[in-house]
Design a protein around this ligand. Structure first.
Ligand code: HSE
Length: 397
């Protein structure tokens, strides 16, 4: 018997899923233990030159009402209509594999419950870290650990931009345009640049690790749009690289502290060497100490690789994988505010008497900066105001 699946969306990722499936069909079928084929590709646009043009439909009901379709790859992006489509598929017992971070971060609890109720699976390996296997390792290979901290570079576009600024002195705008041209950025790059995409990904990781749904609205999120080439240069003098770090840690009282913000990462920290579109996730657990997962965090085939891996899992698993789940939560009291983050801070300051009195260092290009240990977020903001700081950033410990 041949298993039939459908692909929702034929954009960068969806077209990558189709391409990768037909490229590696023989080995995919061997690993799935069954013959497979794509029966439908859903997209409102026409693709008259596609070799798969006979598979396209504009009507989701063709897929929903076809009992031969038992698995679906959702690569549309956005919450709606993806949520309605995915929920309807799960309620019909069709397993869904998605690359849609926004969908999982906003509605993951509901969709996981729908999958469980209908004895199928909602998989989302591609929603975090592109090609990097991180979701399945977290709930399977590392299942014996008490994981208390995860920190990572979870957005390829911003890492690409920061790398271009550092290596090539490229302006922020030029680097963003190049990332968009290469297909890394979201449709609206604000989600990348302002940290919302990384926020969704750390919400997914946090929900999976700590077992309760963490909503993006409860996570402090700051992007990289205010990072100046002067900060990149100053950080380098200090022996650091600037990275957009998404992290979550469990505090002593059991609450968790998730946050997304640009940080100075010491050159000796392995994350400082993660460049271009690559992502990295560092997981800290009592058994493993730490483990790092590294790979391409965005792009057509890297993301399609993760989606297709999930489709193969969905074909192989006839029952719900119960280790990959979390519960709904309407009480946010277990999420600590960002002010409880106490760390070292960097301030870029005007080269005036006030900053000199505070002990600022001025380099040969006239960039002045200063650092201070052990400040909370509010204390750092107050100090920045006192110094008339042009920028201030936390330092990763
Ligand atoms: N825009 C995202 C990124 C795509 O740059 O990481 C992958 O999620």
């Amino acid at each position: 018997m041949s298993v039939k699946f459908a692909v929702l969306g034929h954009g960068v990722v969806g077209s990558g899923v189709v391409e990768l499936f037909y490229k590696n069909r023989k080995s995919i079928e061997k690993r799935a233990g069954t013959e497979m084929d794509i029966k439908y590709i859903l997209d409102l646009r026409d693709f008259p030159d596609s070799p798969y043009k006979d598979k396209f439909t504009k009507d989701f009901n063709d897929i929903l009402n076809d009992d031969e379709v038992t698995a679906v790859a959702e690569c549309m992006g956005g919450v709606e209509p993806a949520f309605t489509f995915v929920k309807a598929c799960l309620e019909k017992g069709k397993s869904v594999s998605t690359s849609n971070k926004e969908l999982v971060a906003e509605k993951g609890d509901i969709l996981l419950a729908a999958a469980k109720a209908n004895n199928c699976n909602f998989f989302f390996e591609a929603s975090v870290g592109g090609a990097i296997p991180i979701i399945r390792p977290l709930h399977r290979c590392l299942a014996a650990n008490d994981i208390d901290k995860v920190a990572g570079i979870l957005n390829g576009t911003t890492n690409f931009i920061l790398t271009k600024m550092y290596n090539d002195n490229m302006s922020f705008a030029d680097a963003l345009a190049l990332a968009q041209k290469l297909g890394y950025a979201e449709k609206n790059p604000t989600a990348d640049v302002e940290g919302h995409d990384a926020c969704r990904k750390i919400c997914i990781i946090s929900s999976l690790v700590f077992g309760k749904h963490i909503y993006p609205s409860s996570v402090f999120t700051k992007g990289i749009s205010e990072i100046d080439l002067a900060d990149v240069a100053a950080a380098d003098i200090l022996g650091h690289a600037i990275k957009l770090v998404a992290s979550v840690r469990r505090l002593d009282d059991g609450r968790i502290l998730p946050a997304v913000m640009p940080m100075l990462v010491p050159h000796e920290n392995i994350m400082a060497g993660v460049n271009d579109v690559f992502n990295a996730v560092l997981v800290y657990g009592d058994g493993i100490d730490q483990a790092m997962f590294y790979g391409r965090g965005a792009g057509k085939l890297p993301t399609a690789s993760a989606v297709m891996g999930d489709v193969i899992e969905a074909v192989k698993h006839k029952v719900t994988v119960f280790s990959q789940t979390w519960t709904s939560s309407d009480d946010n009291s277990f999420v600590a505010p960002v002010n409880e983050l106490c760390t070292k801070w960097y301030f870029r300051v005007p080269a005036d008497c006030e900053s000199v009195a505070e002990g600022a260092y001025t380099d040969e290009n006239g960039i002045s900066f200063i650092t201070e240990e052990n400040l909370s977020f509010d204390e750092a903001a107050a100090k920045a105001e006192k110094l008339n700081a042009l920028a201030f950033l936390p330092v990763l410990d």
